[in-house]
Design a protein around this ligand. Sequence first.
Ligand code: 6R9
Length: 649
Amino acid sequence: MSDQQNVYPVRDDFAANAWADKAKYEAMYQQSIDDPEGFWAEQAKRLDWIKAPSKIKNTSFARDNVDIRWFEDGLLNVSANCLDRHLDKRGDQTAIIWEGDNPDDSKHITYRELYARTNQLANALKELGIGKGDTVTLYMPMIPEAAMAMLACSRIGAVHSVVFGGFSPDAVAQRVIGADSKLVITADESVRGGKHVPLKENVDAALTRDGTDVCKNVLVVKRTGGEIDWKEGRDVWFDELVDKQSSECEPEAMGAEDPLFILYTSGSTGAPKGLKHTTGGYLTYAAMTHQYVFDYQEGEIYWCTADVGWVTGHSYIVYGPLANGATTLMFEGVPSYPTHGRMGDIVDKHNVNILYTAPTAVRALMAHGDNVMDSSKRDTLRLLGSVGEPINPEAWEWFYRVIGNEKCPIVDTWWQTETGGIMIAPLPGATPLKPGSATVPFFGVKPALVDNEGNKLEGATEGNLVILDAWPGQARSIWGDHERYVQTYFSTYDGMYFTGDGCRRDEDGYYWITGRVDDVLNVSGHRMGTAEIESSLVAHSAVAEAAVVGFPHDIKGQGIYIYVTLNDGIEATDELKKELTQWVRKDIGPIASPDVIQWAPGLPKTRSGKIMRRILRKIAANECDGLGDTSTLADPSVVDELIEHRANQ
Ligand code: 6R9
């Protein structure tokens, strides 16, 4: 189908000036597969090592021995790679451009300033008793202090766990407990789209939960000056503690396989899992992908619109760009405030050259028509990027035409929290583009498609996307639960990393991600487990049972459709729907807000009691004709009932 459409050839100026043209991509890719040791030994030299690694790759995907190590005898420090080594050459260059929610608020922070403040903060962390191997939870707005906090942790060997600022107190509590965090760093409030979000209040609520007494201190950035409660002895003002510290802090020599951060993400079962990322391989991979995929050139202004609460913010706002000495833009607000032209206005204000954003943001703008960007020219843009979910060809074309003025290649980058960095994406000087395809694998990545039994499928075909061998950026484990890591990613198909995504490969070898094949939803690019939302709902006293599925949504990609069976004697009212919506928002966070709730007197189940989600997905998508075989259901009549009372979306 869609691969018959437009192909955008590589632009001549990119082929001539980019870090890689077609011949170079092919040669490097081949070498990375034939000789991963030699390839990655060379690439590791992009970092400053305290002790250079002599062992390069020591990895096993075998189900009974999943063990992944890169550069294991090397020593390095991440913050020194992102800061210290740039001081001589570009100390006065801007490292971070911060653009506030309010368009009148922005500032530039040079590498020298970022170095000094990060070191002060690192010393402050030490004063709070944080040292190598301790974990610190960050629950912060998109302000430079968030990047400083990540870097300061890495400087002293502490492990950060960033929790997205849109998550609820319960989610914060769960993650503080899961990571055993002695310290939370937050702000009084965050500001998004003119609205204040009470971060400190949420932390206060989180820390009343059982088990959170591991946390001894809360370090609070004053962002708005809004009123907050204060717990003497526990709470500390960021500026008060940091201002008085020395701006020199010796970087800790970390083993390449020491943990750098934990990042929680949703899976198909159970509570969110904390992926463990380590130091040397992660930084090598984040830096290399940032350079090649975005074709980052010295002095360019690079803007990734993600939040630091997600992996995209970790790898492509903070670590990749700063390791490369780039100027990275950090935006506090939302693309629709104060007007829908804001993204373009920011591009013009700061002369942005590279813009990396999400399909959901593109579709939201597209809904306002071609004139939505009229307040800006965007003629500094050179390259566009997309991440988080499949981009439909129509949104791709609009992104290309309206935002990029028909002159910027789009790199559609497929990757995951688990992969640490970009895995499948075009290189703008090497790869012809097909709208809707993430195209071809990055150096060192060996993708394959398998059927449900794990048989490898060749040629143009469709199947489950797996990766056959290790790459330096990949997560090493789930924090505190290696067995779950093995179960989740390596037990479905022995010897292969299973991504959870379905994928098609066309006759040119291009990969087209078709979406998750497990019970994970992707709503506006945010990953959510249906099981998480269901367990939240059944904790409500009115709910007997709940089933959650995704359905196609014009802007969000997927919306959340919920079937609820009420307890006997409970009346099904619109008020109750509102109450359940609030319940889920409060429990998980606003990103989990249901789009549709349908009352379901019964759910379609097999005779063994398994809910047939396939049928519920079809009904939610209004594809009631193609329900397939329902004869194995315990009570086929519930399906008719659900179709008849299908909720209007
Ligand atoms: C980086 C990030 C990962 C899931 C992934 C897939 C979807 C991400 C995509 C894409 C199609 C792309 N996904 N990028 N699907 N094309 N370019 O988003 O990480 O939050 O862990 O989500 O997102 O389904 O499995 P994460």
